[in-house]
Design a protein around this ligand. Sequence first.
Ligand code: GRF
Length: 203
Amino acid sequence: KRVAVLISGRGSNMASLIAASMDPSFPAEIVGVISNRSDARGLEVASKHSIATRAILPRDYDGREAHDEAIHAALCELKADIVCLAGYMRLLTPGFVQKWKGKMINIHPALLPNFRGLDTHARALAAGVRVHGCTVHFVTPEMDDGPIIAQAAVPVLIGDTEDALGERVLKTEHRLYPLALRLLAEGRVRMSSGAAVFSNVAD
Ligand code: GRF
């Protein structure tokens, strides 16, 4: 499967997908990386791997729909089958989400449905949860909503800071995202009637 990754910044999850895809047995190839910011550090990382990159900036378009249409056109040019959001910090328009229904996934740094949105690690600490983690889910129009494909948990340790907890979660993100992409690319998970449906594929 041909996979495009949407980023806004550092791109460490994107890098983990690129690394995973280098294994010949991985069922997906990263064919392009698109950012809504020209200064996203992940763009350089992708270029170094000779992956096509594009910065598609909101200010060059008249409104959110037009911006998302430009992204859609770029994805079609790349002949992408699957879209992975990896730290893409803009809410996508319902029309765009509809076009990629069941083919677009996101990683969120919390155990959904807890702590949707930003500052998840600070909020987890403030809430006093003892277990935290990350989630890969299908993208639906609501932010950080959508059927869950995979989750990984980490302990919250006594005396944890936001940074220490965030780093622990990020390490698990880098393992979880390739695993979830593999499930989707191999057709072992799909979205049906708003639910994630899992199946085994006969070898
Ligand atoms: C990650 O924590 C991801 O879960 C969240 O944004 C962060 C992006 O980090 N959606 P990176 O750009 O992948 O390094």
